[in-house]
Design a protein around this ligand. Structure first.
Ligand SMILES: NC(=O)c1ccc[n+]([C@@H]2O[C@H](COP(=O)([O-])OP(=O)(O)OC[C@H]3O[C@@H](n4cnc5c(N)ncnc54)[C@H](O)[C@@H]3O)[C@@H](O)[C@H]2O)c1
Length: 243
């Protein structure tokens, strides 16, 4: 029941098989877009309006395939939502170097690879890029050194890209707070309760609520918004509990 906000547009969504990415795919489809949905092997499949690509966003070859597919199958690309993510929880002194490298590659370097491969297509359509950062870019939380560094890097990179590729391409970043997705599987009940209670909204966010913000940034409704960060965290970053 969309309003046709992305009617006729072609969008790439990464991390499309789960959580926020899956909700963004659903919302983009509802708004009239056709979607190239990117995820790792065995996750995600074609369905009406969706062309699934299996690949690792940290691999430049995946991005060349995505750009080639956009060109050959649709003749255009209008929206790029970089959303795939991986997190390994450990304090810096216990985090293996390979896990540091992998988190930087998937969460940050992938955005560079995306632009490297796709910005030509996006310039042709005066398209938009929406990057998924996190409130981890704003506040330190235990056991997330590489994830936080990558998400902080995305905030700077988003601004940089907006300057670099404006006025043709708008680039914005969303910073979700606690959103109930499979990423929370395996996180204990007490940690979940604390995260939800730490928001002004007093609850977890839903993937659809982030998808709404991504859709706003992806479409013409945000035509004068670029280089911006949109925090979607139920007020988590506004709360300072001094009790
Ligand atoms: N859920 C939250 O509370 C929360 C909070 C802040 C930020 N975020 C951010 O929002 C985005 C989506 O989070 P989510 O909770 O929906 O995650 P999720 O774990 O539910 O889904 C992530 C998806 O990314 C895919 N993926 C992982 N590595 C990949 C790779 N190398 N190449 C291609 N696909 C890959 C996974 O297969 C999975 O389908 C992420 O960028 C995350 O950092 C989420």
């Amino acid at each position: 029941m969309g309003r046709g906000l992305l009617s006729g547009k072609v969008a790439v969504v990464t991390g499309a098989a789960s959580g926020i990415g899956a909700a963004v795919v659903d919302r983009f489809l509802a708004e009239g877009a056709r979607v190239i949905a990117v995820d790792l092997a065995g996750q995600g499949a074609d369905r009406p309006g969706v062309l699934a690509i299996t690949g690792d966003v940290a691999d430049a070859r995946t991005w060349r395939r995505i750009a080639d597919t956009a060109r050959s199958e649709f003749g255009r690309l209008d929206v790029l939502h970089g959303n795939a993510s991986v997190v390994t929880r450990a304090p810096a002194h216990e985090l293996a170097e390979a896990d540091w490298d992998r988190q930087i590659a998937v969460n940050l370097t992938a955005a560079y690879l995306a632009v490297h491969a796709c910005v030509g297509l996006l310039r042709e359509t005066r398209g938009t890029i929406v990057l998924s950062s996190s409130v981890h870019a704003l506040a330190g939380l235990p056991a997330h050194p590489a994830y936080a560094a990558a998400k902080g890097g995305l905030v700077s990179l988003g601004r940089q890209l907006a300057v670099e590729y404006g006025p043709e391409v708008r680039v914005n970043t969303v910073l979700p707070g606690p959103i109930l997705t499979p990423a929370w599987d395996g996180i204990g009940e007490e940690d979940r309760r604390r995260s939800a209670a730490g928001t002004a909204a007093a609850r977890f966010g839903r993937p659809e609520e982030v998808a709404a913000a991504v859709t706003f940034l992806a479409c013409e409704e945000s035509s004068y918004v670029t280089g911006a960060c949109l925090v979607v965290d139920g007020g988590w970053s506004a709360v300072k509990d001094s009790a």
